[in-house]
Structure formats: C-alpha cells, structure tokens
Design a protein. Structure first.
Length: 113
C-alpha cells in the first residue's frame, strides 16, 4: 500500500470516528436534557402539590408530548406529592373537556389545548 493510499485510509477512519463521536455527544446531550427535565419536574412537585386539581392536571398535560390516560395523569400527580384519586382525576378531565381546556384525541386519552 502506498503512502497516499495509507493516508486516505486513515483519513476515512478518522472521519468515521469523528462521526461516531458527534453521535455520542448528541446522545449525551439528549440524556442531559431529559435528566434536567425530570429533575425540574421533581423540584416543581411542591408547586403542583399546592395547585387546584384542574391546574395540576393541565400542567401535567402541558409537560408531555402526546396524550395521557387518566391513570397516567394520576401517577404523575401522586409522584409530585398530590393525594388525588382516579375518580376525581377522571371527573376533572370530563369537566376540562366540556370547558374546552383539554381534548380527547382518542378514547381514554387527553391532551391540553
């Protein structure tokens, strides 16, 4: 193998390695953002715990991409220190849907408007 071929081969390997490094850095930044978001939701738990139920549910729905079921919303609220139950969450969601604050994109799923 000539020197020029060897240089080309090493440059190609270097380019592949740099691409992998860029992908790993992007992945790490994604994990850092996810971790920051999770930590932020935990520290905000005290805030949500003191909100009225309607506002706490709306806040929960605004934080996620996509829709949530009543039990998923309840799990989130309980994790943040609230003491709601599924019956109250479901009734509140029905009220919020009728008032036009949330929508039902599919049966048993809710999104914030």
């Amino acid at each position: 193998m000539s020197t020029s071929q060897l240089i080309a081969a090493v440059e190609a390997k270097l380019a592949v390695t740099r691409q992998r490094i860029a992908e790993y850095v992007a992945e790490a930044r994604g994990y850092e953002a996810q971790l920051a978001s999770l930590r932020n939701s935990v520290t905000r738990g005290g805030d949500i715990a003191t909100l009225p139920r309607t506002e706490a549910i709306l806040s929960t729905l605004r934080e996620v991409e996509g829709s949530l079921s009543p039990s998923e919303i309840l799990t989130h609220l309980l994790a943040l220190g609230r003491d709601d139950d599924l019956r109250r969450v479901t009734a509140t969601l029905d009220y919020l849907a009728k008032a036009g604050h949330v929508a039902r994109p599919e049966r048993g799923r809710y999104i914030s408007l």
